[in-house]
Design a protein around this ligand. Structure first.
Ligand SMILES: *Cc1c(COP(=O)(O)O)cnc(C)c1O
Length: 485
């Protein structure tokens, strides 16, 4: 049944606000400004609160249920993060305030830069980029600036494994590089033989997601890094999903030259719904001067009883500014809170639990669903949503049927190298009970696929609307109001 719109709920004369008595003389508005016929809804405050609260419950959320969206790391955003982000000293500052009046904010940003250096093993950080893809774009522009500075004008190619996130080729192409796809081998690693053929002095670099989008740690990562460095290229690390590595392995130690982080994945700040993210970029020492800026630096060292003086500074050969002001500060506060609350040991436990949870689910599901690259996974894994003896059922049907059991569907049809892919990432914030119910439901759906396939084809049954034309929904977005059939 269609929900009533806020216009249908309207009743003449109802009011939800009361304006204070004016303390200036009333004046007439110019005639052209007053649109008497504007059909504004008239509602009480209670009408409005109930309407929007009800609508909000039609939406799925991480606070409402399990959200195993692979490659998106939909982990829980602890409420303490929100408390920290709303502290008046943070929330009521203005980005144009002089540095001496926002020393606390700069101290937090500096500390976060230091945390990310320690976590990644890289030498310098910029917190400016607004999201993962923006961090990639920034990182690849840094690679380009480095090659330009070295006079490497013939390095025009960016190698991208076929298990990469779609943003990697998009970023390379936007940055003016020629994208050269790199196949994976049968274990889901970069195919070293293919890489060897491509490694020459036209290669600017390679963008590697490790763990890759199959959820697998590339067992040859050191060889890959050495081969690229051997031919004079740079290695980009897509660190959007760093969960599995926190406190265990550091991209900088492995030899990565540049990488981005997704604070809104790995470090629990909220994402989805188009809200602000944060995609800081880290670089090894030889690229530090090319970082965007300004970034937070220590202007004057502190002493035992005096805090250091922080300021903002532009790196020497900076690619410039990539974001207005200083990036999404609210996200930085949340990520800082998450890292501080966990501490160094807690970072490692995050990785251990993310990997344990994914492997626990994989162990429960691999008998029922085919897993093409079946080995110990990292924070996520990819299985096929098809059965040889139930050929009419597709990954999409399974994803939609999960909604009837109150679960958000996993990522589907990605990565492209797995047929009918279902990509599942439980994250470290889910408990065993939730994982058990989820696995049981997926096993039950597999049974239904054989006994009642029509149930899957017509799913979801409990949502306000059924199957959307998802392409049309994305390309032809209508956000203004609910349009009933
Ligand atoms: C999410 C993701 C990105 C892009 O991050 P956004 O913040 O969505 O732009 C890039 N690479 C990988 C591997 C990701 O999972």
């Amino acid at each position: 049944m269609a929900e009533p719109t806020i216009y249908e709920l309207s009743s003449p004369g109802r009011m939800g606000v009361r304006f204070p008595e004016p303390d200036v003389p009333l004046a007439d508005l110019p005639a052209g400004l007053v649109r008497g016929e504007l059909p504004l809804p008239e509602l009480s405050e209670l009408d409005v609160v109930r309407h929007f609260t009800h609508l909000s419950r039609l939406n799925y959320s991480i606070d409402g249920g399990f959200y195993p969206l692979g490659s998106c790391t939909m982990k829980y955003n602890p409420k303490v993060n929100e408390v920290a982000a709303r502290l008046p000293g943070f929330a009521f500052t203005h980005p144009l305030q002089p540095a001496e009046t926002v020393q606390g904010n700069l101290a937090l940003m500096h500390e976060l830069q230091e945390y990310l250096k320690e976590i990644s093993g890289l030498a310098a950080i910029s917190l400016q980029p607004a999201a993962g893809a923006h961090g990639e774009f920034t990182g690849v522009l840094i690679m380009k600036a480095y090659h330009d500075a070295m006079g490497n004008t013939n390095r025009t190619k960016m190698l991208i494994p076929d298990s990469a996130h779609g943003t990697n080729p998009a970023t390379s192409s936007m940055s003016g590089f020629e994208v050269v796809p790199l196949p994976s081998d049968e274990r889901g690693n970069v195919d070293l033989a293919a890489l060897k053929v491509l490694c020459d002095d036209t290669v600017a670099g390679l963008m590697l997601t490790n763990p890759n989008t199959l959820g697998l740690f590339d067992e040859n990562v050191v060889e890959v890094v050495n081969m690229i460095h051997g031919c004079g290229g740079l290695i980009y690390g897509d660190g959007a999903n760093l969960n599995a590595l926190l406190g265990v392995a550091r991209p900088g130690d492995i030899g990565f030259d540049v990488m981005h982080f997704n604070l809104h994945k790995t470090f629990s700040t909220p994402h989805g719904g188009g809200g602000p993210g944060s995609g800081p970029v880290g670089v090894a020492a030889h690229l530090a001067d090319f970082l965007p800026g300004p970034n937070v630096v220590i202007a004057e060292e502190g002493s035992e009883d005096e805090a250091p003086l922080f300021d903002l500074a532009m790196p020497a050969k900076s690619i410039g500014r990539v974001k207005s002001f200083h990036g999404h500060f609210g996200m930085m506060i949340r990520a800082f809170t998450y890292i501080t609350m966990h501490g160094a040991d807690g970072m490692r436990r995050i990785a251990e639990h993310a990997v344990l949870n994914a492997n626990y689910l994989l162990a429960k599901l691999r008998k029922t669903y085919h897993v093409p690259y079946d080995r110990i996974c990292m924070h996520e894994f990819v299985m096929e949503g098809v059965f040889a003896d139930a050929p009419g059922v597709h990954a999409l049907d399974i994803a939609k049927r999960l909604m009837d059991y109150n679960f958000h569907p996993p990522t589907n049809y990605f990565p492209l190298i797995v047929h009918e892919a279902l990509m599942i990432e439980p994250t470290e914030t889910e408990n065993k009970q939730t994982l058990d119910v989820f696995a049981d439901v997926l096993i039950k759906i597999a049974e239904e696929a054989h006994t009642q396939p029509e149930l899957l084809h017509s799913a979801p049954h409990i949502t306000p609307i059924g199957r959307l034309d998802e392409v049309k929904a994305a390309k032809d977005l209508v956000l203004c109001c609910w349009i009933p059939e």
